[in-house]
Ligand binder design. Structure first.
Ligand SMILES: *Cc1c(COP(=O)(O)O)cnc(C)c1O
Length: 386
């Protein structure tokens, strides 16, 4: 079946009430008929729910849908995107392993690599987007994983997934991709050789700014380890949030279509604005990796970055003049959200570190929402003019 149909028609078995829409299974545990059923369930001879830290019908439904969308064998849901990232690494890495990662990663992922993993003798080497062609030279005998986000946050750079997949395969490394910005609708990294795909479901998968959630999908043998780690350490997705996210998947394609249409129009508008130095959007022909974006993404996504003329001060003045759009740290919401990374999310980096990931003082990130785009353009235009 097609993507939209799978998103809507994949569901758990109906209960005795024959509900059309899947109910929320708010139960912490499940009952057994007798001693033998209980024994067989714990021995995993029988696949069934035992305790909601392990599995729950709502989380299983959410996982099954994302697996179909990503073309994955199996998956594990988590309470947040970060618990998905952490648990994936914690389940698969040993002390002494080495990670080769793109430099532009989500802030908390950067903290895992630099602040926490070294405690367990797990070290990370970063490569910049323009160094990607040379990554084979960065592989060490103890390298286990290549890790990347694409498009990146907040610079909206695009990394060549087919190339990363080839390098990973050649050197017998795992390729793990954070696919949060693209969603499973726009990009399926497994097709290009990824072993695992991670999402913060908090962003476009929920898409309405309501719940936190995360998921890792991919090779069944790896997911088995991640499942056992999660089952024992407890970062389980709540059944209620799983229900919300599973419902959200039913509208993912139509929402993301409109997000992308709005974003491309806004990017085109900004590109011709006098107060804007440059605009980055994967589906603008001026984007440095436009050809790669076209090859691996269905559409350009909903995040744009651009630079206002006048640096840090102009960036702050622009934010202060914004009326309709929200100043918020989230992204992938129905509401258009504007951030100024240099003074907020990336303020703890030095200016040199910020420039390494392409964050100039005047860089503005826009997560384009689903409002009528003319209203968004009007707000951004008046703020730029001020
Ligand atoms: C937000 C985000 C995360 C973390 O997700 P949470 O749900 O906030 O824990 C990870 N990766 C990327 C790319 C993100 O944007």
């Amino acid at each position: 079946m097609h993507f939209e149909t799978e998103a809507i028609r994949t569901q758990t078995d109906r209960s005795q009430f024959q509900e059309h829409s899947v109910p929320v299974y708010l139960t912490s545990s499940y009952v057994f008929e007798d001693a033998e059923e209980m024994r067989a369930s714990f021995a995993e001879e029988r696949q069934r729910n035992i305790y909601s830290r392990f599995t729950n019908p709502n989380t299983s439904e959410f996982v099954e849908k994302v697996c179909k969308m990503e073309g994955a064998e199996a998956g594990q849901a988590f309470a947040t995107g970060m618990s998905a990232v952490f648990s994936t690494f914690a389940a698969l890495l040993d002390s002494g392993d080495h990670v080769l990662s793109a430099r532009s990663v989500f802030g908390s992922t950067h903290s895992l690599f630099t602040k926490y993993f070294p405690k367990w003798q797990i070290n990370t080497t970063y490569f910049k987007v323009d160094e990607v062609a040379n990554i084979e030279g960065l592989i060490q005998p103890n390298t286990k994983v290549i890790y990347a986000e694409t498009p990146t946050n907040p610079g909206v750079d695009v990394l060549d997934l087919a190339f990363l997949g080839k390098v990973a395969k050649k050197h017998d490394l795992l390729l793990i991709v954070d696919n949060c910005f693209a969603t499973p609708y726009l990009q399926q990294p497994i097709k290009f050789g990824a072993d695992l795909v991670i999402h913060s479901a908090t962003k476009l998968i929920d898409g309405q700014g309501r719940v936190l959630g995360g998921i890792t999908v991919g090779r069944a043998d790896l997911i088995r380890e991640i499942y056992l780690f999660s089952r024992n350490t407890g970062p389980a997705l709540s059944p209620f949030n799983a229900w919300v996210l599973s419902k959200s998947l039913e509208t993912l394609a139509v929402r993301v279509d409109r997000h992308c249409e709005n974003a491309l129009r806004l990017a085109t508008f900004l590109a011709s604005h006098d107060s804007v130095n440059w605009v980055r959007y994967p589906f603008l022909p001026s984007h440095p990796q436009y050809d790669i974006a076209k090859k691996q993404m269905l559409k350009g996504g909903n995040v744009i970055s651009f630079e206002v003329e006048g640096g840090l001060e102009a960036g702050r003045r622009f934010l202060d003049a914004i009326g309709l759009c929200s100043l918020s740290a989230n992204l992938g919401d129905t509401r258009t959200i504007i951030t100024h990374p240099a003074s907020t999310t990336h303020s703890k980096l030095t200016e040199k570190e910020r420039l390494e990931v392409g964050i100039t003082e005047g860089l503005i990130r826009v997560s384009v929402g689903l409002e009528h785009l003319n209203d968004v353009i009007k707000d951004i235009d008046q703020a730029l003019k001020s």
